[in-house]
Structures are given as structure tokens and as C-alpha cells.
Design a protein around this ligand. Sequence first.
Ligand SMILES: [Mg+2]
Ligand SMILES: [Zn+2]
Length: 196
Amino acid sequence: MRLVLDWDGTVTERDTLDLVLREFGDDEIYDRAEAELDAGRMTLNEVIAAEFATVTAPLDEVVAYVVEHACVRRGFAELARAKHPLVVSSGFHELIEPVLEREGALDEVELRANRVDARPDGWRVLFRELETCAECGEPCKRGDLPPGEVVYAGDGHSDYCAALAADRVFATGSLARYLDERGVNYEPLTDFRALV
Ligand SMILES: [Mg+2]
Ligand SMILES: [Zn+2]
């Protein structure tokens, strides 16, 4: 069994991309892009690129803010040591690794995420190579799932397609609503002690 975890809103209690965009980005563009995503008029990657183009703060300032404000769900460090999960994220190595380091879990997980070029005229997202998924038509996390039995934990849009392919799902947030609408079984994600 391999444990696969989303990062934002799953390992972290609050989505750290949301945290960063509210503090350093443009609220109006952020809200509009999220509405376009929900309506299916923009892809997830288009939305992430548009949102982070409005962030111009230096990377070290944003990293310090995230490390100060991001809380991880209870039991994460123990779970990381016990299960060495694969963490798959639409966020950025540059913002995730400092929080993993703070938790003493940097060497305990395998991380697959995007990267960012924090340019002063607007951040550019460097999307990792992912095949376009035959199921959803976008480069999606389903392609990250290892062969064999998979337990998946997630909370949002980027997890919809991958969760449908997992053997067992822990869900919260909009992922839970998405699975409810499709009659797909899952267990509510509360904290990580249930997964150790
Ligand atoms: Mg998430
Ligand atoms: Zn997909």
C-alpha cells in the first residue's frame, strides 16, 4: 500500500496558495479565476498561472510568511516517519519544502510539485511535466499514482480525478462534496492519526 497525499488543505490545515494569494496577490483576479475554474472555463494550470502572475513579492518574504502561518494537520510528522508518503501538489517546491523542514519531515516524504520563478514583475509558474490524463483531459495527479494499492487523501479540485482511481480515499472540502455527488465512498479526513 502506498499513501499519497495532497499538500494544500490536506497536509496543511489551510491552503497555503490561498494564504499567499490573499496576502500578496490580487484578490479580484484570484476570485475571478476560481469562479472560471469552477465553471470549467479555465484549466487548473491556467488558473494557477493567472493567480500567481499577480504576486510580485520576493520569494524569501513569501516563504517566511508561509512558514510562520501554515499549520499542518495533527499527526503529520508521525505519519511521514511511519509511511513515507508521496506528496503530490499543484503548489511549489519553493513553498512546500520549508514547511516540511520546519516539521522535520523533509527527508521522510517524496514530493512532486511545480516550481516557481519568483520574478519581480509577477511570478511565473514552471509546471512539471505530467501527461495529459485520458480521464479528465488535463495534466492531472492520476498520472502520479503508483501501481498497486493506493490510499489517497485530498481536499480539492486538483484531487478530483486521482481520488476516483484510488483504492481508499480520505477526503475533506470540495473533494468530499465531489465524491458525495458521485456516490463514491470515502472516509472524512480529520487528522492524520487515523492514517498511521
Ligand atoms: Mg488541496
Ligand atoms: Zn485526470
